[in-house]
Every structure is written in C-alpha cells, then in structure tokens.
Design a protein around this ligand. Structure first.
Ligand code: ZN
Length: 247
C-alpha cells in the first residue's frame, strides 16, 4: 500500500510537470500570434509612412517641374523680346531679369536632383517594407491556420492528463494529497523526492537518522524536515528515483 502511494505520488508529479508544460504552450501560443500581429502592424505603419513621403516628394517634384517649365518659357519669351529693347538700359534690365530666372531655375534643378535621390531612397525602402510585410503576412496566415489546431491538440492532451491525475489522486490518501498540493503550490518542483544515503535530493541536506530509519520502514509518508518536500527511500522506488532527480 505504501509502495503504491509513493509510486502514484511520483506519477502525479510527472503528470503535473507535463500539465505545466502544456499550460505554458496554451498560454504562449496566442501570445506568439499577438506578437506577430503587432509586428505586422508596425511594419504596415512604417510602410504607409514611406508611401506618404513618396506621394509628398512626387507632388513637390511636380510643382518644381511646373515652376521650371514656366520660367523656361518666360526666359524664352524674354530672349525673343530682347531684340525689341528700345534702349540699352531696358536691354540690361531684361538681361538681368533673365539671368535671375536662369539662376533660380538652376537652383530648382539642383533641388529636383536632390528630390530624385530622396525619392529613389524612399522607393527602395518601400520595396523592402513591402517584402517584409509579405513575409510576415505569410507567417501570420500560417500561424492563424495552425493555432486552433495546436490549441485543440494541447487541450486534448491536457484533458487526458487531468483524467490521469484524478486517477492517481484517488489512490493517494486525502491528507497526503493535500500535503502534496500544499507543497506544490509553495515550493519549486519537485514535490516528492528520493532519499538515498540519508540525504534529501530536494535540498541536499542530511535528514535526521531517526527520520531516515522510519523512512526505510516504509510505513508512512514522511516530509523532509528541512525543505518540507515529501520524501521516500530510493530503495523503495529504484526505477523512478534517478529519472526524477534529473528532472
Ligand atoms: Zn529536503
């Protein structure tokens, strides 16, 4: 009877470790999706900003082009009128005006070249942001499609484990089970540990000889006086002792 209880406690502990893992997955999976969704939104926002900048640059460029064109035709007209200048003063004044317009247009051409550079840069950025969006979009679709399935599978596993947990719990006496739950809620894993050579494998401290003697008798379930974990003598459960200590 004692042996069976110890066995079931160890099994219960293994089940609980699996339950913890699955719960983590169940909680983590939707968070992964949220993170990816946020990432997608961020890139989309950046992409829209870039597209806005490009639109703005194009409109600047079109205004600039119009101004250049307007002044070019004005300069052409002035050149034609130059012949009709009635005196030198008027001629010089017209020349000065033309020079000024040409100077302004040269500046505009420079500005236009700078705009072209910036436009090219923003267009390259837009292309890479579109690519990034497309990659993220594919990943997002994939994740959305598999998430439900993954969650359902995890839930099924969890349901199965909960059933096994209940079955294991029925074999363990209520007070022992309560102690197990109490320790589980307050201490780090593991809850039940083996004692070999008189040392608790939970806290690695020597247990009192009297407790060790009682433990070896295998009559009742003891706790480690130091860490309060449930303990059993490793000889009582040789198959699980080492395996569990690794965990
Ligand atoms: Zn201990």
């Amino acid at each position: 009877m004692y042996q069976k209880q110890i066995e079931q406690l160890v099994i219960l502990q293994q089940i609980d470790a699996e339950i913890t893992d699955i719960r983590k997955d169940l909680e983590g999976a939707p968070k992964e999706l949220q993170t990816l969704e946020q990432q997608y939104k961020d890139v989309q926002e950046r992409r829209d900003q870039t597209a806005g900048k490009i639109e703005n640059l194009r409109s600047q460029q079109s205004h600039l082009g119009q101004d250049i064109e307007d002044d070019s035709s004005r300069i052409k007209k002035s050149k034609n009128k130059l012949m009709m200048a009635s005196n030198t003063r008027e001629y010089h004044a017209m020349m000065r005006e033309m020079d000024n317009m040409e100077k302004v247009n040269r500046l505009r051409e420079e500005e236009n070249a700078a705009l072209m550079d910036e436009l090219k840069r923003q267009q390259e950025l837009l292309t890479s942001e579109d690519e990034e969006l497309s990659t993220l979009g594919t990943r997002l679709d994939e994740m959305r499609k598999t998430l439900d399935k993954r969650m359902a599978e995890a839930q099924k596993l969890l349901d199965g484990l909960m059933k096994r947990r209940k079955a294991a719990g029925e074999i363990i006496p209520k007070p022992i089970l309560s102690r197990y739950e109490f320790i589980r809620a307050r201490l780090r894993h593991p809850v039940i540990v083996s004692v070999g050579e008189g040392v608790c494998s939970g806290c690695h401290i020597l247990i009192p000889p009297q407790t060790f003697n009682d433990l070896q008798k295998g009559k009742q379930i003891h706790s480690c006086p130091n860490c309060q974990r449930l303990i059993f003598w490793s000889e009582h459960l040789p198959s699980t002792a080492t395996e569990r200590e690794e965990a």
